[in-house]
Design a protein around this ligand. Structure first.
Ligand code: NAP
Length: 259
């Protein structure tokens, strides 16, 4: 943790006996979310593209700390792989109480010059993939009459980011999807909310040029970039039984960037 976050301790919620699925759990924000949910007592199904990496990484870290975790691998932009993975998770753990849709990619380019591939790849993974996961998990959660869907959106989907037509559109779509599921699933005690991170220090932002980082920093009242753990902290509460009256909301965890 940076010196600016001295005194920071993760907020603990009680997730004992719960099963969580975290997509994009191999690194960055998803890894932090998986570790934190596990430290709060949840059994965590970690999803990413490579099973061996997951088992040697996040899953091993959770187990080393005394938690329960399994790795599930596949390409979440493909509907048949999402359905297979959700089936495997249900078979392994019996239930799914929490779904955190965190997996995501960027293919930045200026909108008027953006090639079709860049548009389609990002929409397919960041929007269609989230829909496939929500739909598959919703069927399980509705049967259980309990569930927490937490979608990781972005300030980009709220503000629109220069050079991110594909990504901003996908994340705005995720926000709308979150609100639709909030209305459709509420009668079965399943809530659906989004957490919208600002600029967080991960592989995704490490590749950005210094001038882009400087421009982003100018927009952040707290004058620092966020840490994955700070997103995980908010996600844990939204994913917990304690958020029982929160539904269809977008919580921006962005140091004040989107206001
Ligand atoms: P990251 O470090 O690049 O990690 C992305 C994760 O998504 C990896 O675990 C990756 O798995 C997984 N993934 C990507 N495409 C996948 C696919 N088709 N199937 C399965 N898994 C896939 O990203 P991050 O910065 O932690 O971002 C996590 C989420 O937060 C994303 O939705 C992102 O849009 C959002 N977000 C990030 C920021 C930020 O500043 N970092 C800001 C706002 C929102 P592999 O390791 O197997 O490739």
């Amino acid at each position: 943790m940076a010196k600016e976050t001295i005194g920071y301790k993760p907020t603990k919620v009680d997730l004992t006996g719960q099963v969580a699925v975290v997509t994009g759990a191999s690194r960055g924000i998803g890894r932090a979310i998986a570790l934190h949910l596990a430290s709060c007592g949840a059994a965590v199904g970690c999803v990413a593209t490579n099973k061996e990496k997951l088992e040697a990484g996040t899953v091993a870290e959770i187990r080393a700390a005394g938690g329960t975790s399994e790795a599930f691998a596949g390409d979440l932009s493909k509907v048949e792989e999402v359905n297979r993975i959700m089936g495997e998770v249900e078979q392994a753990f019996g239930k799914i109480h929490i779904l955190v849709n965190n997996a995501g990619i960027t293919r930045d380019d200026i909108g008027f010059a953006m090639e079709d591939d860049k548009w389609h790849d990002v929409i397919q993974t960041n929007l269609n993939g989230v829909f496939y996961c929500c739909r598959a998990a919703a069927r399980i959660m509705m049967r259980q009459r309990y569930g927490r869907i937490v979608n990781i959106a972005s300030v980009s989907g709220i503000m629109g980011n220069f050079g991110q037509a594909n990504y901003s559109a996908a994340k705005a779509g995720v926000i709308a999807l979150t609100r639709v599921f909030a209305k459709e699933l509420a009668g079965r005690n399943v809530t659906s909310n989004a957490v919208a991170p600002g600029f967080i220090e991960t592989d995704m932002t490490a590749v950005l040029k210094d001038d882009i980082k400087e421009k982003a920093m100018m927009l952040i009242p707290l004058k620092r970039f966020g840490k994955p753990e700070e997103i995980a902290d908010a996600v844990a509460w939204v994913a917990s039984p304690g958020s029982s009256y929160l539904n269809g909301q977008v919580i921006a965890v962005d140091g004040g960037m989107s206001y």
